[in-house]
Design a protein around this ligand. Structure first.
Ligand code: ADP
Ligand code: ASP
Ligand code: MG
Length: 409
C-alpha cells in the first residue's frame, strides 16, 4: 500500500563499519529498530573493509596502466556486494528493503572516471520505494555518465553519495557512521590527545577536509551546504559523541584554533632560476586550471623561485605541464600540516607561532600563500605526524577537556 513519505533520514556506513558480516547484521538490527520507530530511511553503504584496495591490487596484477572505464566497472562492484548483503540481513529482521546501484538510484555524473562529480539525481525510484514502506539501500561511490557508463566518485566518495541524496530528497539530516566518534581536532588515530569537536560550520569542515581530515569527503560537505542539510558524523559502534556540521552552530566560547590536520599525499614542483616569476606563475596556473587541477603556491625566499603543490593523485596529469616550461624543476613528495583558525584576525599571530615552532625544531618548511583562515606548512612527509602532534600541544589543544569541547568547539 502506498503512503506519504515523511521526512527522510539518509545514513551512510563506511568501509570499516561494514567490514564483516557481523557488522552488517548489527546495522540491520539498528535500522530495523529505527524503521519500527517510524523513520523513512535511505542507507548508503561503502565496500566492505579494504575491498576497494583489494580490487585495485587485482587490477594492478594485470596492468598498472589502467583504462579508467574498466577500473570503474571493477571498483563499483565492491559497494554492490554490501548492498546485497545488507538487504538480505534486513529481510532477516523482517524489514523489506530494496537495494539499488548508483544508476538505479538515478545518480548521473560527469564522465571523469575515477573522480566523477554528481550532476543530478532523479529521485523517482527512491521515492517510490519509500512510499511503499521499503528501506532503500544505495551503493555509494558510483553513478552513471551521460553515455550510460558506470563512473566512480573518487576515494571516500560514498560520503558524497549520501550527502547528495540527502540534499535531493530534502532529508532532515545525513548521518555518517564511521569508526570514530566524530570529527576531532586532529586525526585521533595518530594524535592521541585529539579532542572531539561537537559542532562545526560547513565552511570549517570543508577546510579541514580539504587539508587532509579524511573523515569526510569535501564534496559531501559542499552538497549538504547547498541546501543546508545538517550532517552528523558518529561512530557505528557506540551511541556517544558525534559532530554536527551545519549552517551556524551557536557557540558560547571560541577557541582561536580548532584543528591541526595533515595531508601526506602532496607533490611539489619547484622551479628555480625563473627570470620572470609572475609571468611564469600565470602561465602554469592557467594550464593547471584548464585541467581542473587544484594547486597551492608557496611563499618563497628567493625572487627567481616558484613552487606549486598539487595532490599526489594529480601528478600524472600535471607532469607534462612542468616538462614543457623550459625551467629547472625539482619534484618531491611532500606533506602539509595545517593549523585552522576560527578568526581571520588571528592569522598573523598563528603564522608567527608556526614559523617559530618549526624553526626551533630545525625543520625545513615552506608556507602556503594566500590563506587567511588557516596556516599551512609544507614539510617532509616523514615528519608530518610528529609535527602535527607538536602543534596540537603548542596551540593548547591537548589541554581542552572533552566536556569543555562541547562549549569551546
Ligand atoms: P569510513 O570507512 O567510515 O569512510 P574513513 O577511514 O574514510 O572511514 O574515515 C574515518 C577515519 O578518518 C578515522 O579512522 C580517522 O583515522 C580519520 N581522520 C582523519 N582526520 C580526522 C579527524 N580530524 N577527525 C576524525 N577522524 C579523522
Ligand atoms: N569504497 C570506496 C573507497 O574505499 C568509497 C568509500 O568507501 O567511500 O574509497
Ligand atoms: Mg571515508
Amino acid at each position: 500500500m502506498e503512503r506519504r513519505v515523511k521526512s527522510v533520514i539518509v545514513q551512510k556506513y563506511g568501509g570499516t563499519s561494514v567490514e564483516a558480516v557481523s557488522n552488517i547484521k548489527g546495522i540491520a538490527r539498528k535500522v530495523a529498530l529505527e524503521k519500527a520507530g517510524g523513520l523513512d530511511l535511505v542507507i548508503v553503504v561503502s565496500a566492505m573493509g579494504d575491498t576497494t584496495d583489494e580490487l585495485m591490487k587485482l587490477a594492478d596484477h594485470i596492468t598498472t596502466r589502467h583504462h579508467k572505464r574498466d577500473l570503474d566497472m571493477l571498483l563499483s562492484t565492491g559497494e554492490q556486494v554490501t548492498v546485497a548483503l545488507l538487504c538480505m540481513a534486513l529481510r532477516e529482521e523482517g524489514v523489506t528493503a530494496t537495494g539499488l546501484t548508483g544508476w538505479q538510484a538515478g545518480i548521473s555524473t560527469t564522465t571523469d572516471h575515477g573522480g566523477a562529480s554528481i550532476l543530478s539525481i532523479d529521485p523517482e525510484r527512491i521515492q517510490r520505494e519509500l512510499k511503499m514502506g521499503n528501506v532503500v539501500v544505495v551503493a555509494g561511490f558510483q553513478g552513471i555518465t551521460g553515455k550510460g557508463d558506470i563512473s566512480t566518485l573518487g576515494r571516500g566518495g560514498s560520503d558524497t553519495t549520501a550527502a547528495a541524496l540527502a540534499t535531493r530528497l530534502g532529508a532532515e539530516r545525513c548521518e555518517i557512521y564511521t569508526d570514530v566518534e566524530g570529527v576531532y581536532t586532529s586525526d585521533p588515530r595518530y594524535v592521541k590527545k585529539a579532542v572531539r569537536i561537537s559542532s562545526l560550520t560547513y565552511e570549517e569542515m570543508i577546510l579541514m577536509a580539504r587539508r587532509g581530515a579524511g573523515v569526510l569527503h569535501p564534496k559531501a560537505i559542499e552538497h549538504a551546504m547547498t541546501h543546508n542539510v545538517p550532517l552528523v558524523v558518529r561512530s557505528s559502534m557506540s551511541r556517544v559523541g558525534g559532530t554536527w556540521i551545519h549552517g551556524a552552530p551557536g557557540r558560547e566560547v571560541s577557541h582561536p584554533v580548532y584543528g591541526i590536520v595533515f595531508d601526506k599525499g602532496r607533490f611539489c614542483y619547484t622551479l628555480s632560476g625563473v627570470p620572470n616569476r609572475m609571468e611564469m606563475k600565470v602561465i602554469i596556473s592557467s594550464h593547471l586550471n584548464s585541467l581542473d587541477i587544484e594547486y597551492d603556491t608557496l611563499m618563497e625566499d628567493r625572487e627567481d623561485t616558484l613552487s606549486f603543490l598539487v595532490a599526489e593523485a594529480d601528478q600524472e596529469l600535471a607532469d607534462p605541464i612542468f616538462d614543457s616550461v623550459g625551467a629547472i624543476v625539482r619534484r618531491e613528495r611532500k606533506a602539509t600540516v595545517t593549523v585552522v583558525v576560527r578568526d581571520e584576525n588571528t592569522y598573523h599571530v598563528t603564522l608567527d607561532t608556526v614559523r617559530k615552532i618549526l624553526q626551533e625544531k630545525g625543520q625545513a618548511f615552506h608556507i602556503i600563500e594566500d590563506c587567511t583562515n588557516h596556516v599551512t606548512a609544507v614539510v617532509e612527509e616523514s615528519h608530518a605526524i610528529a609535527l602535527t602532534s607538536l602543534l596540537h600541544s603548542a596551540f593548547g589543544l591537548d589541554e581542552v577537556q572533552t566536556s569543555e569541547a562541547a562549549g569551546v568547539f
